[in-house]
Design a protein around this ligand. Structure first.
Ligand SMILES: Cc1cc2nc3c(=O)[nH]c(=O)nc-3n(C[C@H](O)[C@H](O)[C@H](O)COP(=O)(O)OP(=O)(O)OC[C@H]3O[C@@H](n4cnc5c(N)ncnc54)[C@H](O)[C@@H]3O)c2cc1C
Ligand SMILES: *[C@@H]1O[C@H](CO)[C@@H](O)[C@H](O)[C@H]1NC(C)=O
Ligand SMILES: *[C@@H]1O[C@H](CO)[C@@H](O)[C@H](O)[C@H]1NC(C)=O
Ligand SMILES: *[C@@H]1O[C@H](CO)[C@@H](O)[C@H](O)[C@H]1NC(C)=O
Ligand SMILES: *[C@@H]1O[C@H](CO)[C@@H](O)[C@H](O)[C@H]1NC(C)=O
Ligand SMILES: *[C@@H]1O[C@H](CO)[C@@H](O)[C@H](O)[C@H]1NC(C)=O
Ligand SMILES: *[C@@H]1O[C@H](CO)[C@@H](O)[C@H](O)[C@H]1NC(C)=O
Ligand SMILES: *[C@@H]1O[C@H](CO)[C@@H](O)[C@H](O)[C@H]1NC(C)=O
Ligand SMILES: *[C@@H]1O[C@H](CO)[C@@H](O)[C@H](O)[C@H]1NC(C)=O
Ligand SMILES: *[C@@H]1O[C@H](CO)[C@@H](O)[C@H](O)[C@H]1NC(C)=O
Length: 593
């Protein structure tokens, strides 16, 4: 049963004294200040919501972020230094790993999540893809809210602002982009041999097949074909929710850094009952909003931490929580369930194309001088490919339903990384490897985020449940076949010489069994997780939030982040999360007009 709770939620905070840096502000400093809105998590979505609410000068908004300011993290500013901030185990990472994946040979991977202002928009790969029209229309139909449909979202999506870089002409369609949005979006213009060869190969292949159409702009709602990547970069700088939103707020928006919210509770709750391990560097305090000043609490901790905070607070599957000794506040079996992330894996092709190396010292000096050069763009290649399989394709021959959201949606992304030297993989034909990722965009398998103990200090179990459903593997297998068809173009005959990972046998053949073996050892999460606090329609018997982003069975509590998206989009997630956060901001503002 869902217990209706009225009134203002209060917060229990953990101060991590280890983070005590110049920006550290004690919550004590906030005593006496009455906030209208408290946003937990200054990440991608939290940064948008706090900024939009703060546009009303009458509102006082507090953002509580567990990590430091992005300003302190130099590599977060420089697009080409992305690998330096996304590697696991840095001081701006939550250091999560997945549970052993039983369908991927027990594989365990890092599940990187940024721990700094801007969240993952301060460290991600910067690829800007909106997904397909069908993705948004499916969210609208699952939630019963037509406001989530593609047509209703386009005006919001146009917040993205591609810079009119003269070198990018022909790399995107200006009519699909805004001119005054917050986030800088640019089309890369680096000249690199594989990019030019790809254009030639597409022309050649389109004579005989419709598998790889040329695509001028992949952000028009039908991302099927081969085209140019767009990135959240402007003027050689990463553009994030911290730089594009939070940096431009008035002084009615306060940001409390290095402060982690452990759980939320009604003010009357007896919060001394939950035990915390002792630790000299750690102390817990209660931080309560004024009963008369507070309007709402908004949780934006992201796809892992938002369900974790709810579960810690007793909002979740009653039986599971009570088994851990956590008092149930609101019984909701959907919290943390339905976790969806795209399975991806690296493949490599033998090539004699020049290695994509550069002199880091010189490149850094150039960037510091003028924000130009190799580090002014992300390091991945400028080509991106999206393949939609016909309904008669191999993955669907056993009757498996098409998992994509509709006919405008691709099944596979081809994400070209770089040409690099991999020791031990030199071949007679070429000594370098063209590295790429194959991404299954619409996994059917669903995983979960669950608590392992009653301590809010412990990381939750992150189970992507990758490849649990056979069609997920079959789609990746067909994706690798698709790559073989792409690189069989005559255009590549003197430069790209076939797969080295997975590797063909001595006869040059690569059996389905060998490819499946490669897949079931190498699949990793693409770090695009959604759906752990899914939105469902009003009155649904599942889901965590309603179409107003309100947590079922509560008042005064909403969730705004990637966790509310019920299905993963046909692409990378940041553009849809920007869109949903803008949508939520409008909904919240309207309700307090
Ligand atoms: C390595 C990597 C590469 C990626 N590359 C791309 C890409 O190229 N293109 C793309 O479109 N998408 C990419 N993504 C995905 C995209 O960045 C995310 O989908 C998006 O940032 C999700 O936004 P969010 O607001 O839900 O969560 P986040 O951006 O993760 O923000 C959550 C914030 O909440 C804070 N927080 C969490 N718990 C607490 C707590 N208890 N108390 C206080 N604060 C808390 C966190 O520190 C964080 O700042 C990538 C993701 C990763 C990890
Ligand atoms: C980025 O990482 C590379 C490789 O580890 C290292 O050589 C370089 O010094 C780092 N740069 C910065 C600015 O941290
Ligand atoms: C992740 O590991 C790094 C390096 O040990 C550390 O600085 C950081 O605090 C860790 N993150 C968390 C959330 O514990
Ligand atoms: C959709 O948005 C409009 C305008 O913002 C609003 O009037 C309407 O109530 C919304 N519909 C739903 C189902 O939320
Ligand atoms: C355009 O490309 C040329 C040649 O690669 C380069 O020198 C120039 O800096 C680029 N212009 C911009 C605005 O990036
Ligand atoms: C966007 O790019 C312009 C110049 O190209 C730059 O001045 C501005 O700071 C950038 N904005 C963000 C949010 O990165
Ligand atoms: C998972 O999502 C589906 C809809 O996609 C829903 O029917 C089901 O009830 C959800 N499961 C849980 C545990 O919320
Ligand atoms: C190329 O990609 C690989 C794998 O991601 C990485 O290890 C390597 O550093 C990259 N090289 C360059 C020059 O970007
Ligand atoms: C890299 O660039 C620096 C600075 O320009 C230079 O001193 C160094 O010799 C270069 N290294 C190589 C290997 O070319
Ligand atoms: C591969 O070639 C070898 C040697 O010619 C032959 O013995 C073997 O049967 C071939 N394997 C396949 C699968 O064709």
């Amino acid at each position: 049963m869902l217990l209706a709770r009225r009134g203002i939620y209060s917060l229990l905070l953990l101060l991590q004294v280890a983070f005590c840096a110049v920006q550290f502000q004690s919550p004590d400093d906030l005593q006496g200040v009455e906030y209208d809105f408290i946003v937990v998590g200054g990440g991608l979505a939290g940064g948008v919501v706090a900024t939009r609410l703060g546009e009303n000068q009458g509102f006082k908004v507090l953002v509580i972020e567990a990590g430091p300011s992005n300003d302190d993290i130099f590599a977060s500013q420089v697009p080409g230094l992305e690998p330096n901030v996304t590697m696991t185990g840095t001081r701006v990472d939550w250091n999560y790993t997945t549970t052993p994946q039983i369908h991927v040979n027990g594989r365990v991977d890092p599940y990187t999540r940024a721990l700094m202002l801007g969240g993952c928009s301060s460290h991600n790969g910067m690829v800007y893809t909106r997904g397909s029209r069908d993705d948004y229309d499916r969210w609208a139909s699952v939630t019963g809210d037509d406001n989530l449909s593609w047509d209703k979202n386009v005006p919001i999506v146009l917040q993205g602002q591609p810079l009119p870089n003269p070198n990018a002409t022909g790399h995107y369609d200006p009519s699909l982009h805004g001119t005054h949005g917050n986030v800088n979006v640019s089309a890369p213009y680096h000249v690199h041999p594989p990019n030019d060869l790809m254009v030639e190969a597409i022309k050649e292949l389109s004579q005989s097949s419709d598998e790889f159409p040329a695509l001028l702009d992949m952000n028009g709602g039908r991302p099927i074909g081969m085209g140019w990547d767009q990135d959240t970069v402007g003027g050689g700088l990463r553009s994030s929710s911290a730089t594009a939103y939070l940096a431009h707020t008035g002084d009615n928006v306060h940001i409390l850094l290095n402060t982690r919210v452990m759980r939320i509770m009604p003010p009357t709750d007896d919060h001394t009952s939950n035990e915390h391990p002792d630790g000299t560097d750690i102390r817990s305090i209660e931080f309560a909003t004024s009963p008369t000043g507070g309007k709402e609490l908004i949780i934006s901790g992201g796809v892992i931490n938002t369900p974790q905070i709810l579960l810690n607070s007793g909002i979740g599957p009653k039986g599971e929580l009570e088994a851990l000794g956590i008092k149930s506040l609101i019984d909701n079996p959907s919290v943390g369930k339905n976790f969806s992330d795209q399975p991806t894996l690296f493949i490599g092709l033998s090539t004699n194309l020049p290695v994509d190396g550069f002199n880091m010292t010189a490149a850094l000096a150039e960037w510091l001088g003028s924000h130009t050069g190799r580090l002014a763009d992300p390091l991945h290649m400028a080509s991106l490919g999206w393949v939609r399989f016909p309904t008669t394709a191999n993955p669907f021959k056993d009757g498996s339903p098409d998992p994509a959201a509709g006919p405008n949606s691709p099944h596979i992304e081809l994400y070209f990384k770089n040409v690099t030297l991999i020791p031990g993989q030199e071949t007679e034909m070429g000594d370098a490897t063209l590295l790429m990722n194959i991404v299954n965009l619409h996994p059917v398998s669903r995983g979960s985020i669950t608590l392992t103990t009653s301590s809010p200090f412990d990381a939750p179990a992150i189970d992507t449940n990758a490849l649990a459903v056979p069609v997920d593997t079959a789609i990746i297998l067909e994706g690798i076949r698709s790559v073989q068809r792409l690189f069989s173009a005559q255009t590549f005959s003197s430069s790209v010489f076939g797969l080295v990972a997975p590797k063909a046998d001595v006869n040059g053949t690569l059996s389905d069994e060998a490819v499946i073996d490669y897949i079931t050892h190498n699949v990793m999460p693409d770090l695009h997780g959604v759906a752990t606090c899914s939105m469902a329609h009003h009155g649904a018997d599942w889901g965590v939030v309603n179409p107003e982003f309100k947590v079922r069975g509560t008042t005064g509590l909403r969730i705004v982040d990637a966790s509310v998206l019920p299905f993963i989009p046909s692409g990378h997630t940041q553009a849809p999360v920007y869109a949903i956060a803008e949508r939520a901001s409008e909904v919240i503002k309207l309700s307090w007009k």
